[in-house]
Design a protein around this ligand. Structure first.
Ligand SMILES: [Zn+2]
Length: 112
């Protein structure tokens, strides 16, 4: 098994399972950013249901990414507790300017 230890190159954890993603979408209706009213899906002008959100990692999936936590196991990293649903603009914002969005803050949003 590849534990990420002793390998060459940055660690990259596996993506969350479908079951975890389903559980996330079953647990929320709106973006996790405080007071953001964006729904996780929207209806397009042509009547289709369009995904309006992303599964964001509290601690990045890739070594060196936003809020990377080297102590975290792969199962913790891809687990429900490390993931938060955000609308697409907010998903970009928390990863592009992670200095404003520490892990503890994101965990608080998730609890709210
Ligand atoms: Zn949002």
């Amino acid at each position: 098994m590849n534990t990420g230890e002793g390998t060459i190159g940055p660690v990259e954890h596996p993506v969350p399972t479908d079951a975890t993603i389903k559980a996330l979408y079953g647990s929320a209706l709106r973006c996790g950013f405080p007071e953001c009213m964006q729904s996780l899906y929207r209806v397009s002008e042509t009547g289709e249901r369009i995904l309006n959100s992303e599964v964001a990692h509290i601690h990045a999936r890739r070594e060196g990414g936003p809020r990377w936590n080297a102590a975290m196991s792969r199962e913790e990293n891809r687990g429900f507790g490390n993931l938060i649903l955000l609308c697409k603009p907010h998903a970009s914002e928390v990863d592009d300017t992670p200095q404003h969005f520490p892990a503890e803050l994101l965990r608080e949003w998730k609890r709210a």
